[in-house]
Design a protein around this ligand. Structure first.
Ligand code: PLP
Length: 394
């Protein structure tokens, strides 16, 4: 197949992404193909979205089935089955008692901040409204979430950012000083910071943060948009720490590549929200929810979780071996199928070399590579991917 995009078609897009020139036209399993027929082993998976890879027959059938009755969208003015059933399933599989659907990760976090503000006002009046995020956090690029995202280059051009949101070190003493119950309504944390360099928060740190927030009557929001939904080999990443949050946000893999997010919360927090306090046109529509029900069933299956843990151990072993043999690898971090590799060379150079070799990986900071393969990746795919990665690191 010959190239179909010209420079001028690219110019029609807002220039907020630097994209390589190749054009993707097809996917199969964990591989993508460009217009020249070149194949790429995909260890990015649409940034942790395409958990079932490409061309999954079950997912494609679920999409065809979801068309039955021709209800793609009805709005949230009316009841439809799939969304209510999906909410019920998410309640069954989590700490939560109430669910709100939306369309992306940032939107889920923005909604979570509104829930936290509403609850804070009910508990402590207008003073109790501050939201604390952690050093290295990424929670999205909308106004509230940008204020909770610790990337100076993302923030600086858009100041002033939303108020009442601040960033504190990932340090219990600093948090102890910052968590004033009179003014703080919530702390938000990613159990594994994805964009911030694949930093796994120590279970002991998360447990201490949970204890501190509970003692002080402050909500804990866990952002599992990248690390949740089976990616770590448990369905929720916080299961590794034996804690539960008051609010959890999820998105990326929920609907097999269609845009969906969700806020999960307790009845206590949910009960402070009234009709009219929040809303969305598209969230939880019948088509996307039917597809998401299929994805939830697949990703919560015990055999899938076991598969992720096994492949995760294989990735860890392989990366440890690469780190041992290469002076260019500084550190390896991660769990399940979410890994970060600190490298001496600029990450973008290695990402480019890997692409030439037929492997897609992404970065998480200037000197950190990130691997997020589809969760259905096979043993042979992992071996092949790590072989190509070793070459690309050099
Ligand atoms: C942890 C985390 N939170 C929030 C977001 C924002 O999600 P979205 O890009 O769907 O708005 C991301 C996206 O990478 C993320 O990784």
């Amino acid at each position: 197949m010959t190239a179909t995009l010209s420079a001028s078609t690219t110019e029609a897009l807002l220039g907020v992404y630097r994209k390589p020139p190749m054009e993707l036209v097809r996917g199969a399993g964990v591989e993508l193909f460009d217009t020249d027929g070149k194949s790429y082993l995909d260890f990015v998976a649409g940034i942790a979205v395409n958990a079932l890879g490409y061309g999954d027959p079950g997912l494609e059938q679920a999409m065809r089935d979801a068309m039955e009755g021709s209800l793609i969208h009805t709005s949230n003015l009316y009841r439809t089955q799939a969304g209510e059933r999906l909410a019920e399933r998410l309640v069954d599989i989590s700490f939560a008692e109430r669910v709100f659907f939306c369309n992306s990760g940032a939107e889920a976090n923005e909604g979570a901040f509104k829930l936290a503000r509403r609850w804070g006002r009910a508990k402590g009046g207008t003073a109790k409204h501050e939201i604390i995020a952690l050093r290295g956090a990424f929670h999205g690029r909308l106004f509230g979430t940008l204020a909770a995202t610790d990337r100076p280059s993302y923030r600086a051009p858009f100041r002033p950012l939303a108020g009442g949101i601040s960033i504190v070190e990932r340090d219990l003493d600093e948090l102890d000083a910052a968590l004033n119950p009179e003014t703080v309504t919530a702390v938000i944390a990613e159990p594994i910071q994805g964009e911030g360099g694949v930093r796994v928060l120590d279970p002991k740190f998360l447990q201490a943060l949970r204890a501190m927030t509970l003692e002080r009557g402050i909500l804990l929001i866990l952002d599992e948009i990248q690390c949740g939904y089976a990616r770590t080999g448990k369905f929720w990443a916080h299961e590794h720490s034996d804690i539960t949050p008051d609010i959890l946000t999820t998105a990326k893999p929920m609907a097999g590549g269609l845009p969906m997010g969700a806020i999960l919360t307790t009845r206590e927090v949910a009960d402070t929200m009234q009709p009219g306090d929040h809303g969305t046109t598209f969230g939880g529509g019948p088509f996307i929810s039917a597809v998401a029900l299929h994805v939830l069933g697949r990703l919560s299956d015990a055999s899938m979780l076991k598969h992720v843990r096994e492949r995760g151990m294989q990735v860890k072993k392989g990366l440890d071996a690469i780190a041992k043999s290469s002076s260019k690898v500084r550190a390896v971090r991660g769990t399940g199928l979410m890994w970060g590799i600190d490298v001496a060379d600029p990450a973008k150079d290695i990402v480019g070399r890997a692409m030439e070799l037929g492997l897609l990986i992404c970065s998480a900071g200037e000197h950190t590579l990130r691997l997020l393969p589809p969760l259905v990746v096979s043993k042979a795919d992992v071996d092949r991917g790590l072989g190509l990665l070793k070459h690309a690191i050099g």
